[in-house]
Design a protein around this ligand. Structure first.
Ligand code: PNS
Length: 164
């Protein structure tokens, strides 16, 4: 049986930390699906289609990683795609409480679905999409914290890019 894992998130935008986790996760599953939450409540910087495109470009090097989007309950989506594992990252102790709550809620909703936590490289332990957005919005450089295509997209979005 193929082992399929879902790595869900907002990915607005995808960071090197996300990619590091996807790379580590992809080594342990036959198929890893990066699943972008379609959340109508949040005002994202990048649309779901843009995020999907940016992530797809960035994960091209991993043959067993796919990019999709979902709405509704994560456990329902996981069942639809045949996933037995939810993959999430824990960067620091501050992530733990939120991640634990989600893992417990998902277990309550679907006991057979396991949440597996991986730890990204310490080089990315302080990197979050929120801080990347803030730095880029205020004219700072997120170089090295996001893939090159996201760096370009951020510069364009905040009009700090070349005028080509
Ligand atoms: O990158 P994020 O914003 O921390 O990801 C949060 C995400 C998408 C994993 C979480 O909000 C989620 O799974 N939402 C789907 C709705 C759901 O299933 N909620 C109940 C279980 S917590």
């Amino acid at each position: 049986m193929k082992r399929i894992a879902v790595y869900p998130g907002t990915f607005d935008p995808v960071t090197m930390g996300h990619l590091d986790l996807a790379s580590r996760g992809s080594a342990h599953f036959d198929r890893l699906i990066l699943a972008i939450l379609r959340n109508e409540d949040k005002e994202p910087l990048f649309s779901v289609a843009e995020r999907e495109h940016l992530i797809r470009d960035a994960v091209g090097e991993f043959p067993n990683v796919d990019v999709e989007s979902f709405d509704g309950l994560l456990v329902d989506y996981a069942r639809e795609v045949g996933a037995t594992v939810i993959l999430r990252g824990i960067r620091a102790a501050s992530d733990f409480e939120y991640e634990m709550q989600m893992a417990m809620m998902n277990r309550k909703l679907q006991p057979s679905l396991e949440t597996v936590f991986l730890v990204p490289s310490e080089a990315y332990s302080y990197v979050s999409s929120r801080l990347v957005r803030e730095v880029a919005r205020l004219g700072g450089s997120p170089a090295g914290l996001v893939p090159a295509n996201v760096e370009t997209a951020l510069a364009r979005r905040f009009d700090h890019g070349d005028s080509d």
